[in-house]
Design a protein. Structure first.
Length: 46
């Protein structure tokens, strides 16, 4: 449960950062793809 709360807080922070940034939707999509790739690599490494 604690982990879920941490993730929710991180997502909220990320959402706030993205709203206040000059990033385009394409920039955000590229970052999302990269993050997903890194997450899967970490997951596969365990």
């Amino acid at each position: 449960m604690q982990e879920k709360l941490k993730r929710l807080k991180a997502l909220k922070t990320l959402d706030d950062l993205l709203r206040n940034s000059e990033l385009t939707e394409q920039d955000i999509e590229k970052m999302a793809v990269q993050l997903k790739k890194e997450a899967w690599q970490r997951h596969a490494g365990h």
